[in-house]
Design a binder for this molecule. Structure first.
Ligand SMILES: Cc1cc2nc3c(=O)[nH]c(=O)nc-3n(C[C@H](O)[C@H](O)[C@H](O)COP(=O)(O)O)c2cc1C
Length: 339
């Protein structure tokens, strides 16, 4: 076998993943409860992936119980195809219709401590509802410069209360989010956390801060750290996962340009990471994992990082697909017309 580590199973608490390949969260702009959204995820599961993570899903949507219930057919379809399924939960930077931010900025006022408490309560409810409809895990979205990540950033976080100031203060929103989720889902359920470890103009923090954060997240209840450098072209980008892995004892996902199976295998073998997430590579070819397992890597429809119909369509607000593969984004047609 050419990819023994990539294709080996992994146990996390009571969850067994059949291999180390992850489909990371990708907003699809598809109708949440529609046939196409269900088949989009199911097709990646049929294509051999070990863990599917459903796209960033706003926690306030769960206020209506029919929202989580409507995701159940997708969860069942992914399970029927042999994969595990998690959901990424995102706390939006709004209170009702009003924009808020970590600290006041133009167009948004600073969020209050009471509002933070309500947001974390809503996150916990969303996690509980996700568990109830069959998801195997939840992932608070603490990455990519979104609201939760901005609490960690000294450029955005100017707060002087317990949620700001020192590094410890900047960690608090993420840590309390995880603790609230753990309390809601109980001791046996799997919690992932997505974090961006890059020092950048947007974040203003470095890998040292992330390495201090990671073990605290684990103490708060995280089982898997999903380390995403966001939109860094090229790859493989396992080096940041490796830095975090050195600081914790839980499995770490590397993401970003990991779609060359030999490079993914090498990163796993060299213990830079425990799981490899392939995003655009599996948007281009839902059967990436199956082809790798069958020694048919040459048949993989390759992602060229053109970003035309994935990020491009995302920006346009229309359902995503792939410029290299006209079938991507039309999975419900194949499912309803099996030949
Ligand atoms: C269309 C699209 C939507 C995405 N949506 C999300 C999202 O909902 N949550 C998230 O954390 N990352 C999101 N991402 C980032 C991916 O999860 C992944 O980190 C990124 O594509 C890099 O991996 P890759 O090089 O394998 O594509 C999205 C990426 C794409 C292309």
């Amino acid at each position: 076998m050419r990819y023994p580590t990539l294709l080996s199973p992994l146990n996390i608490r009571n969850l067994e993943l059949r291999n180390r390949v992850v489909f990371p969260p990708c907003v699809t702009n598809m109708d949440d409860h529609g046939d196409q959204s269900r088949e989009w995820y199911a097709e990646r599961a049929r294509g051999g992936v070990g863990l599917v993570i459903r796209q960033a899903t706003r926690t306030y949507l769960f206020a209506d119980p029919s929202f989580a219930e409507g995701l159940r057919p997708m969860v069942n379809a992914v399970h029927a195809a042999g994969a595990a399924v998690a959901i990424q939960l995102i706390v939006a930077d709004q209170v009702g219709e009003e924009r808020v931010d970590v600290s006041a900025r133009r167009g948004a006022r600073g969020v209050t401590a009471d509002e933070i408490a309500a947001m974390l309560e809503q996150l916990a409810q969303a996690a509980e509802a996700s568990k109830a409809v069959g998801f195997d895990a939840v992932e608070p979205h603490g990455a990519h410069g979104f609201f939760m990540n901005r609490f960690f950033s000294p450029l955005h976080n100017k707060r002087t209360d317990e949620f700001g100031g020192t590094l410890e203060g900047r960690m608090q929103f993420g840590l309390r989010a995880v603790a609230a989720v753990r309390e809601a889902v109980g001791p046996d359920f799997v919690i992932l956390y997505r974090h961006t470890p890059l020092e950048s103009a947007e974040g203003g923090y470095g890998i040292g801060d992330s390495k201090a954060f990671a073990p605290e997240l684990v103490k708060a209840g995280v089982d898997v750290l999903d380390i995403s450098p966001s939109r860094t072209p090229g790859g493989p980008h396992a080096q940041w996962a490796a830095e975090i892995k050195a600081a914790v004892d839980v499995p770490v996902i590397a993401v970003g340009g990991m779609n060359d199976p030999a490079a993914a295998e090498a990163a796993l073998r060299d213990e830079k990471c425990d799981l490899a997430a392939i995003g655009r590579g599996q948007i281009a070819d839902a059967h990436w994992a199956e082809k790798v397992a069958a020694g048919r890597e040459g048949e993989i429809i390759e992602c060229t990082e053109c970003d035309e119909k994935c990020y491009g369509n995302l920006r346009k607000g229309i359902p995503i697909g792939c410029a290299e593969n006209p079938e991507s984004g039309k999975e419900h047609l194949a499912a309803s017309n099996p030949v």
